[in-house]
Design a protein around this ligand. Structure first.
Ligand code: PGA
Length: 245
C-alpha cells in the first residue's frame, strides 16, 4: 500500500502524520507500506518511520548520477537521504513535465542502479479511455517504458496502473475495469519476460482509492495493492486503507 503525497505537507506535518499513523497501525502492519513525501521531507519521514517496517520513497529522480542539471536529484541522492523506493513516470509528471516513455525507461534503470525500488506508473487519459484505446495505450507505454529492461531489472520493479481520469477526480475505476487493465499489463509482461516473471510482478491500482472502495478493489485477485493520493494525506484514512491490504 503506497501513499503518494504529491506536493503536500511540510516537515512538521510529515512528523505529525507518522505519529498518528503509527498509533493507528499499532505495530500491526499487515502489508508492505511505502510513503512518498516531497523530497525535502524525506529525512523527517525516514526518522519518523525508523523502527517500523514502513518504507520511504521519492516521487521522481533524474537519470544521471550527478552533473549540471539545475533543480534535479539523482537516485543516489535519494538513496543517500534514506529513501529506498521511488515513483517513476507518474501521470502528473507526464502531463506537466513532458515525461515520455523513453524517459521513464531511463529513470527506471537509474533507480535500480541506485538500489531503489521503482513504482513505474502507466495509465490512459480520459479521451483515450472514451475512445476505447486503453489496451493500445498500455501496450505502448509497456513497450516504450518497461520492455527495454533486462529480466533481472524487471524482477525488481512494481507497476502502478493509474487511469488518469480517475486521479483526484473521485471517479474510481470499477474493480472489473482495473482488473482488466492489470490482466493486460500482466500478459504484456508474460510475452516479454515469461510466465514466472509475470506471475511475480506486483501491480498496484491508483485513482481515487478511499477507505470505502479499497475492499472491492482488493477483492480482485489481479490487484496487488494501491497507490493512494488524496486519501493518504490523512493518517486515519490511510491506516484504514492499509488494513484492507
Ligand atoms: P488520488 O491520486 O488517489 O488522489 O486519485 C492517486 C495518484 O495520483 O497516485
Amino acid at each position: 500500500m503506497a501513499a503518494n503525497w504529491k506536493m503536500y505537507k511540510t516537515t512538521g506535518q510529515t512528523t505529525a502524520f507518522f505519529q498518528q499513523f503509527k498509533a493507528e497501525l499499532n505495530g500491526s502492519e499487515s502489508c508492505e507500506i511505502v510513503v512518498f513525501p516531497t523530497t525535502l521531507c524525506i529525512p523527517a519521514a525516514v526518522e519518523a518511520a525508523s523502527g517500523t517496517s514502513i518504507y520511504i520513497g521519492g516521487q521522481n529522480i533524474y537519470w544521471c548520477r550527478e552533473g549540471a542539471y539545475t533543480g534535479e536529484i539523482s537516485g543516489e541522492m535519494l538513496h543517500d537521504a534514506g529513501a529506498t523506493w521511488t515513483l517513476i513516470g507518474h501521470s502528473e509528471r507526464r502531463q506537466y513535465f513532458c515525461e515520455t516513455d523513453a524517459n521513464v525507461l531511463k529513470k527506471t534503470q537509474a533507480a535500480l542502479e541506485a538500489g531503489l525500488t521503482p513504482v513505474v506508473c502507466v495509465g490512459e487519459r480520459l479521451e483515450e479511455h472514451q475512445a476505447g484505446k486503453v489496451h493500445d495505450v498500455l501496450i505502448r507505454q509497456f513497450a516504450g517504458g518497461i520492455a527495454g529492461l533486462t529480466e533481472e531489472q524487471f524482477a525488481r520493479i512494481v507497476i502502478a496502473y493509474e487511469p488518469v481520469w480517475a486521479i483526484g477526480t473521485g471517479k474510481t475505476a470499477t474493480p472489473e475495469i482495473a482488473a482488466d487493465a492489470h490482466r493486460l499489463i500482466r500478459s504484456e509482461a508474460e510475452k516479454r519476460f515469461g510466465a514466472e516473471a509475470a506471475q511475480e510482478l506486483r501491480i498496484l491500482y491508483g485513482g481515487s482509492v478511499k477507505p470505502d472502495n479499497i475492499g472491492g478493489l482488493m477483492a480482485e485477485a489481479e490487484i496487488d495493492g494501491a497507490l493512494v493520493g488524496g486519501a493518504s494525506l490523512d493518517p486515519h484514512s490511510f491506516a484504514k486503507i492499509v488494513s484492507a491490504g
